[in-house]
Design a protein around this ligand. Structure first.
Ligand code: BDR
Ligand code: CA
Length: 312
């Protein structure tokens, strides 16, 4: 199994990604979860990460709290999407499992120094603040990372927080710029991909049909999400962004993409946080990321249902 660290700002879709990882020990070995400020402030994202672990019956998972604000900017949150708690939908008990005392950035740095070089994959599902802070503090860890597989950015689908930018990149564009220039192999799952994997009613029903607390919670979370997107886009359902990252690690044939150059806009007020992907290779800038495009949505949801159905 591939060793991973999930860096996250739960978030209903982050929560489903964590469940997918916990349900797939043969494919991913989750070394720890690092929380970052994003969808909601840090005290809520670290709390929500612990709620999800407890829901999965895994209070042993190590959860760390990281940066509470972007590197150089005030935090922008997304309660309008995720609700006040970040995990609105089903009623959830307060978590009782502990938060680790170590700072998330120290955990990331120490883990990469300790584990064999090239054996740990980072999976960022929120703003890239923790990852960039680790790279700033310990630049030598860059060459020890196997790969970063992240949810963020957009190209043809452009923005969901501004007309030009996707939320995770927009919230901390300086951090994203550091990550995209780190030289670490990068795989990027942008809105272009996630908007092709919508939570239609039959797909949500499949979670409810599990008859488990986990299945009911996933259905209630995706229902909550869908309400928002139906209003906003009039779409069939909502994109379930973050689980695509974990699904790619389990089954790399689900998505297709291109190895291209991707630059982050960090100064324009109008297009701040835009991921400028050279999809048609019209520049000679060196490729630095595999930017995903298509996804086999039927197989993606089948994988989610098969794996998450294993949890109680
Ligand atoms: C991303 O932003 C968050 O709201 C979601 O959890 C996802 O990581 C989508 O733009
Ligand atoms: Ca997220």
């Amino acid at each position: 199994a591939r060793k991973i660290i999930i860096d996250t700002d739960p978030g209903q879709d982050d929560a489903v990604a964590i469940l997918l990882a916990l349900a797939s020990p043969e494919d991913v070995d989750l070394l720890g979860i690092t929380a970052v400020a994003g969808n909601v402030p840090l005290p809520l994202t670290e709390r929500n990460a612990r709620i999800v672990c407890e829901l999965a019956g895994r209070p042993d998972v190590k959860v760390f709290a990281g940066c509470d604000a972007p590197l150089e900017r005030p935090l922008v949150t997304a309660e309008h999407v995720h609700g006040k708690t970040g995990l609105d939908g089903p009623p959830m008990d307060e978590p009782t499992m502990p938060l680790q005392a170590q700072h998330a950035v120290d955990f990331i740095t120490e883990t990469l120094r300790r584990e064999p070089a090239g054996s740990v994959t980072l999976c960022p599902l929120g703003p890239l603040t923790n990852i960039a802070a680790a790279l700033q503090r310990a630049p030598e860890i860059a060459e020890r990372v196997q790969e970063i597989v992240l949810m963020g950015g957009a190209y043809f689908e452009v923005g969901n927080i501004t007309p030009a930018a996707e939320f995770n990149i927009y919230v901390d564009p300086e951090a994203a710029d550091i990550v995209f220039h780190s030289g670490i192999p990068l795989t990027v799952v942008p809105l272009d991909t996630t908007h092709k994997a919508l939570t239609t009613k039959p797909r949500i029903d499949a979670f409810r049909a599990m008859g488990t607390k986990v299945g009911d919670s996933v259905a209630a979370w995706t229902d909550f999400f869908e309400r928002f997107d139906m209003e906003k886009y009039g779409a069939e359902g909502a994109p379930l962004h973050d689980p695509c990252v974990i699904a790619h690690l389990i089954d790399p044939t689900l998505m297709t993409g291109r190895h291209v150059n991707v630059e982050i806009e960090t100064s324009s007020e109008l297009t701040l946080g835009m991921t400028v992907a050279d999809w048609w290779r019209v520049t000679d800038r060196a490729p630095n990321a595999t930017f995903m495009g298509d996804i086999d949505a039927e197989r993606f949801y089948a994988l989610l249902v098969e794996r998450i159905g294993r949890l109680g």
